[in-house]
Design a protein around this ligand. Structure first.
Ligand SMILES: [Zn+2]
Length: 669
């Protein structure tokens, strides 16, 4: 048995290479409830199979102390092959050292077998965890996910017995739907933080998994980062994996991650009008199925509809001949409507009435029915491990049944490392600028999909490096936009800490942007409060989602009836309500729009029925609050002894918040 120990942490590795103790000395908690479990796992590809699992049980290994580190060495590996064990010249060296309350792990793999490709490395696996029922798993899917009592709630035991183990994990790729490279298990007082300290943007899986025992009392969890070296002959070394057992709740974990992220991630400085933007309206001119819904001459009126509720930014999709999501990237202004000159004239007319115009462009996917695809699609397409093109398959909502039941709208994923794709996206960005856009929207460029690309013809060396040029392409497009004017904005879709650096704001999808359930948008908002995020689609008169968004600081994204209608199609009472919330926000833009989201810092709330979040700027502090119940609730919020002045959409509020009421509270500087 080998032990590393300092004043913060004690870690024990067994002679056979299992992690048997990880104790936080400040709290006395040993996080390893079940010692002796698997610490690593490797997937090898050979000439016959893409997937050969190597697990530690059958492998020779040696643990030893090397200076201040502990090192586990597996000199060669074996896996089942044609009924026997096949030995291969692949070695693993897994080392760990303590730095304060953090154990830093590094994995090195040496492959000397020409028949073998190292596809996956799971190391270290923080295994045998069994946090008490009042702990939660914090996982960075999209804006954030919080799973209470994860030993019980991660996957469905009954379903697992029927279908195997498929449902017992949370598993997403970074950069992609995993928005950050950390996760953790936390109580209100302490926790376990894990972070892949990897600034290479290589595709990495964040895996949180439940190991099912014979009875529920035997179930445990493990947390691991999975790397995809794609290594043939030669050596590969992982970036460090930081494992911290520390006092403090999840906020302490977020601060740790933020401190590391600041060594390589820089959020952008958006124009002032974006910082103060209460929301936007999205309308598709020509829809996916081909129908022209609004002509160019209606663009000024679409802005007028948004302006009625206090919104100036309108997102225009489907402004080209092919219809939204079709024939990209061939998009040109529609000659039947007067072409480019007619579109520019209507954009200019709307702008003269106070509009800001955002033009939609796809940025990571191409249509099979485009001329670009005919010329370049085969080469540019991302490839899966079988050599097939990767595609996003979906159907847009609508009245028909024959389309959703008998079609698959396919957008083929482009590999962003290819020069052809980089050039066409920059060309389209310039085209949108020439049309007079106040904001260029590059769909999905900030995040999803984060696939591995197995093409052997692309500039990236390994499948896991296909994402890295994405941020560079975003920054190149940002430079084009800002060279025309720093007042012009650039925006995208999805949430990712590194992927959002080129963008002044983003439209999200997925977890964390809704209220209730496992949604926990606080995770990303608190870690990266500078990034400006909208709501997901507001499809109609969704009062509760507006109230939630006001408290969380998500700007209102009106995409009424699947982006087919302007806000004027909603009931007058809803429009009046939306306007009253926007007026409230704009009257208190500092700190609620231009300040930083600080979650619950600086106040205490004695009424658990209320949902409240705080904002801080250089000179101001404020609290936004929503009463999501159907009864009036006492405003039992105390801000460190300072007097809070509460204002609702209908005026001053004193002691109680009415049912479904919202208010912003400010404190004099
Ligand atoms: Zn590729």
């Amino acid at each position: 048995m080998f032990t590393l120990e300092n004043s913060d942490l004690r870690l024990t590795l067994s002679a056979r290479g299992t992690l048997d103790e990880l104790t936080c000395r400040a709290t006395g908690t040993n996080h390893i409830a079940r010692p002796g479990m698997e610490l690593w796992r490797i997937i090898l590809q050979d000439e016959e199979s893409l997937v050969n699992l190597v697990a530690p049980g059958n492998q020779p290994c040696a643990a030893a102390r090397a200076g201040e580190a502990l090192v586990l060495t597996v000199p060669r590996m074996a896996y089942a092959f044609h009924g026997e064990m096949r030995e291969v010249e692949v070695a693993l060296r897994l080392s760990v050292r303590l730095e304060g309350d953090t154990a830093r792990w590094t994995a090195e793999v040496e492959n000397a077998d020409p028949a073998i490709r190292v596809m996956e490395v799971w190391a270290p696996m923080l295994n045998g965890l069994r946090p008490p029922a009042d702990w939660a798993l914090y996982y960075p899917r999209d804006c954030g996910l919080r799973l209470a009592d994860p030993v019980t709630n991660l996957g469905d035991r009954g379903q697992m017995f029927r279908f195997g183990v498929s449902n017992a994990h949370l598993r997403e790729l970074y950069p992609g739907k995993a928005a950050m490279q950390w996760m953790g298990l936390y109580s209100e007082d302490e926790g376990l933080y894990v972070c892949s300290e990897d600034d290479s943007l290589q595709t990495t899986c964040l895996n949180a998994e439940r190991t099912v025992g014979d009875a529920p009392a035997d179930d445990t969890l493990f947390l691991t980062f999975i790397k995809y070296p794609g290594q043939r002959l030669g050596g590969w070394t992982s970036a460090p994996v930081a494992v911290s057992a520390h006092a403090g709740d999840w906020h302490a974990g977020a601060k740790r991650y933020r401190a590391w992220a600041e060594t390589w991630i820089t959020p952008p400085a958006p124009p002032e009008w974006v910082r103060r933007m209460p929301g936007l309206q999205d309308v598709i001119l020509r829809e996916q199925y081909g129908k022209l819904v609004y002509g160019y001459e209606e663009i000024p009126a679409l802005h007028d509809a948004a302006a009625e509720v206090g919104i100036d930014l309108i997102k225009i999709s489907g402004w080209h001949t092919a219809g939204h999501d079709n024939a990209f990237p061939d998009w040109e202004a529609d000659p039947a409507q007067g072409g480019r000159a007619a579109l520019m004239a209507q954009i200019a007319k709307a702008r003269a009435r106070g509009a800001k115009l955002m033009l939609y462009l796809q940025a990571v996917q191409m249509s099979r029915n485009s001329q670009f695809f005919a010329a370049h699609g085969e080469r540019v397409a991302m490839r899966d491990p079988y050599g097939d093109e990767l595609a996003d398959v979906f159907n847009w909502p609508g009245p028909s049944t024959f389309i959703p039941l008998s079609s698959q709208h396919r957008l083929v994923c482009a590999c962003l490392s290819t020069l052809e794709w980089q050039e066409i996206i920059k060309y389209r960005t310039r085209y949108a600028l020439e049309l007079g856009a106040d904001c260029v929207y590059l769909d999905r460029l900030a995040g999803y999909p984060g696939y591995l690309c197995f093409s052997e013809d692309h500039p990236h060396d390994r499948p896991c490096d296909a994402y890295a040029d994405r941020v560079k392409l975003g920054m190149d497009c940002r430079a084009l936009v800002k060279a025309k004017s720093p007042e012009i904005a650039i925006a995208s879709e999805y949430i990712n800490d590194a992927g959002l650096q080129p963008f002044d704001f983003t439209i999200p999808f997925g977890f964390g942007v809704h209220h209730g359930g496992h949604n926990f948008g606080e995770l990303f908002r608190y870690t990266f409060p500078e990034y400006i995020i909208t709501t997901q689609y507001l499809n109609g008169a969704e009062y509760e989602r507006l109230r939630f968004a006001l408290v969380m600081g998500f700007r209102f994204f009106f995409a009424i009836t699947w982006q087919h209608e302007p806000i004027s199609s909603t009931p007058p009472a809803f429009r009046a309500y939306a306007k009253s919330l926007i007026d409230l926000l704009q009257a208190h833009a500092d700190p609620f729009l231009t300040g930083k989201f600080v979650d619950t810092e600086g106040f205490t709330c004695a009424n658990p029925a209320l949902f409240a979040k705080a904002y801080r700027s250089e000179g101001r502090y404020g609290i936004a609050v929503w009463n999501p119940t159907e009864d009036a609730q006492g405003l039992a919020i105390a801000a460190e002894g300072r007097e809070v002045t509460w204002m609702g959409p209908e005026g001053a509020i004193r002691d109680a918040l009415p049912a479904q009421g919202v208010a912003v509270g400010t404190i004099l500087p």
